[in-house]
Design a protein around this ligand. Structure first.
Ligand SMILES: Cc1cc2nc3c(=O)[nH]c(=O)nc-3n(C[C@H](O)[C@H](O)[C@H](O)COP(=O)(O)OP(=O)(O)OC[C@H]3O[C@@H](n4cnc5c(N)ncnc54)[C@H](O)[C@@H]3O)c2cc1C
Length: 340
């Protein structure tokens, strides 16, 4: 049996951020992921300035992978279209390369292609081994083992298509879909076209993405469109994310911006705070729940505010609000902060 202070399940941004925080802390930890890396992950690959700063804070370097900083963004709704210069670039990356590159920067035991079979209070079994632990961080996304700990989670849905055609323009279209927006994210060697619905309403995603692409002069091969659920943030779920010696972070705890669908920053931040909390608890025996919720208070307060704003933005009044917003400097600077 392998023994660790902490087991991190999932080697996405949340798990890596936790692992990087444990590096050199003296705490023994390992990461277990069911996949072989590099692995596929459906994602727009847009890193906001918050994400870039978090990577710096964690000492994770992405300079060796292709990344494309984009400063100009076109925002449109039914009747208005405006090109904005963001205060900070959105950096466009490919998630296959990104996740693989940050995983390589972890010193510590990494067990790939291992699937969790069972977890008790302090032991865990996979298809390959058994482990003893003091704490577990679940960074296993929306479909991992941790699914069973939280009932009644809500999900939106995103569809994406990768085109070989290149562009330099980032487009965010609040006209492309109800309850969300369409995006065109330029990469070095392809372009990602996507639609995100941050509501539980069903819609005809295939036709909508084809229309959105056509309007922007991209052709789509319908058979190559991919879709994936996106968790919808709620305070209720966040408050259930610490269960005794188990902590859920990132998508596993539905920590995704309800306006933009940005999840990489929230995954890294919650992973880092989870690790910092466990480091403190192992030192002074304090309450994991109290420390984690104290550390993540700013994060959850900001997501609460964004949830309120998203309910307005994606309501029937949304189009009118965006029209007003695109002509109002104060609202524009807030919108820039969501995406830049
Ligand atoms: C279409 C789409 C576009 C998006 N675009 C953006 C964007 O542009 N910018 C942005 O910031 N966010 C975006 N997001 C959100 C972002 O992708 C997620 O929020 C982010 O990946 C969450 O990171 P995570 O580490 O919590 O989970 P994940 O990245 O999902 O990683 C979870 C890991 O856990 C592993 N795992 C799962 N189950 C098990 C198990 N049983 N045992 C072991 N390992 C397991 C998986 O293999 C995986 O490696 C997008 C999401 C979607 C769906």
């Amino acid at each position: 049996m392998k023994k660790y202070d902490v087991i991190i399940i999932g080697a996405g941004p949340a798990g890596i951020a936790a692992a990087k925080t444990f590096d050199k802390s003296g705490i023994s930890f390992c990461i277990i992921d069911k996949n072989k890396f590099p692995r596929q992950k459906l994602c727009g690959g847009g890193l906001t300035n918050k994400s870039i700063n978090m990577l710096k804070k964690l000492n994770l370097d992405i300079n060796r992978i292709q990344n494309k900083p984009c400063k100009n963004v076109i925002i449109e709704n039914k009747s208005t279209k405006k090109e904005l210069e963001l205060d900070n670039s959105i950096v466009m990356i490919d998630r296959i390369d990104f996740d693989n590159a940050i995983l390589k920067q972890i010193t510590g035991d990494i067990f790939l292609e291992e699937n969790i079979i069972n977890i008790n209070d302090n032991t865990l079994s996979t298809n390959k081994d058994t482990y003893e632990f003091k704490y577990i961080i679940f960074a296993d996304g929306i479909n991992g083992y941790s699914r069973k700990f939280i009932q009644n989670r809500k999900f939106g849905f995103c569809v994406e298509y990768e085109s070989d055609k290149l562009t330099d323009k980032v487009i965010l279209s609040f006209n492309a879909i109800n309850g969300g927006y369409g995006w065109i994210f330029p990469k070095e060697n392809h372009t990602t076209i996507g639609l995100g619905n941050f509501d539980t309403n069903k819609c005809d995603y295939i036709n909508l993405i084809c229309e959105f692409a056509k309007k922007n002069n991209f052709e789509i091969d319908k058979t190559q469109i991919k879709g994936y659920h996106i968790p919808l943030y709620s305070r209720d779920i966040y408050e259930k994310s610490v269960i005794n010696n188990k902590l859920l972070v990132g998508d596993a705890a539905s920590l995704v911006d309800p306006i933009s669908g940005e999840g990489i920053y929230y995954a890294m931040a919650s992973g880092m705070y989870a690790a910092q909390s466990i480091i403190q608890v192992l030192k002074d025996n304090s309450s994991l729940k109290d420390i984690y919720f104290e550390k993540t208070q700013g994060l959850s307060n900001s997501l609460d505010k964004r949830l309120k704003a998203s309910k307005l933005l994606y309501s029937k009044m949304g189009n009118a609000l965006i029209k007003i917003g695109l002509n109002n400097d104060k609202i524009l600077s807030q919108l820039k902060r969501v995406f830049g």
